[in-house]
Write a new protein. Structure first.
Length: 52
């Protein structure tokens, strides 16, 4: 499932991961480190919602 940042609209896609932050493709949103932040605006994981 993809998650959307409610602040800037960035979409975290587990199929792509976040390579710039060292997050490998295939990493689910739930498995992201607690201190991971949106690579676009710096929002925390709590600012993300499941994509509808």
């Amino acid at each position: 499932m993809r998650y959307v940042c409610s602040i800037c609209g960035y979409v975290y896609d587990p199929a792509e991961g976040d390579p710039d932050s060292g997050i490998e493709a295939g990493t689910s949103f739930e498995d992201l480190p607690a201190d991971w932040v949106c690579p676009v605006c710096g929002a925390s994981k709590t600012d993300f919602e499941p994509e509808s």
